[in-house]
Design a protein around this ligand. Sequence first.
Ligand SMILES: Cc1cc2nc3c(=O)[nH]c(=O)nc-3n(C[C@H](O)[C@H](O)[C@H](O)COP(=O)(O)O)c2cc1C
Length: 230
Amino acid sequence: MFAKEKLNYQPVALPDRHHLTDEQMLEEARAFHTFMQRRHTVRDYSDRPVDRAVIEHCIATAGLAPSGANHQPWHFVAISDPAAKHEIRLAAEEEEKQFYAGNAGDEWLKALEPIGTDADKPHLDIAPWLIVIFAQRYGVFEDGTRYKNYYVPESVGIATGFLIAALHHAGLTALTHTPNPMKFLNGLCGRPESEKAVMILAVGHPAEDATVPAVAKVKKPLEEILTIKD
Ligand SMILES: Cc1cc2nc3c(=O)[nH]c(=O)nc-3n(C[C@H](O)[C@H](O)[C@H](O)COP(=O)(O)O)c2cc1C
């Protein structure tokens, strides 16, 4: 967080340590990989409700993410009100109709073909929670003066990763939905001009007959995403 007054460097003893043997580390790393392999983006939701406390804890976890100069340039709007979700659905579908009708361009539409998405977004009504994630492009003090934030997309991306992992850990599924453009979300969520909506996470339980696109389950092999120099 950034304060208007000058703050001085003040070290405190490391509050937490994780004591693991080399064997335990490997075991934990493997187990977490297996656990994360079971995360899937789901587009078909059940209407089973999810307690607000679960959502609050997951967002609190997102708020633990590292950020440029610890400015924590994010804000989350969690919506379960059916009327508010429906308003978002209608506005998102309006944007998506134009996107899929050609605004996206041929290359993007070709890339989306195997994912099977279209302009119809029923999950925005059915998923019990929508979490709209805002990036604070700059900060604003109470007196209205502005301050800079640093590495905003990186910081918000990491916080979103924490959030998706926390939701998965709580037994929930999430869809990262990015209607394009997303300006309409400021008005519907009552967020200021200083913030930019970056995505909607639809959160809940998968429908009984939920499917996922086969192509989405093909991940690059480790050799392709990792270079080791030892
Ligand atoms: C930044 C970002 C934007 C995305 N936007 C959409 C979207 O608008 N609609 C959608 O159905 N999926 C969207 N996705 C989900 C991806 O299609 C999905 O993550 C990908 O197919 C891999 O599947 P997996 O998450 O199950 O591994 C998005 C994912 C990311 C990271």
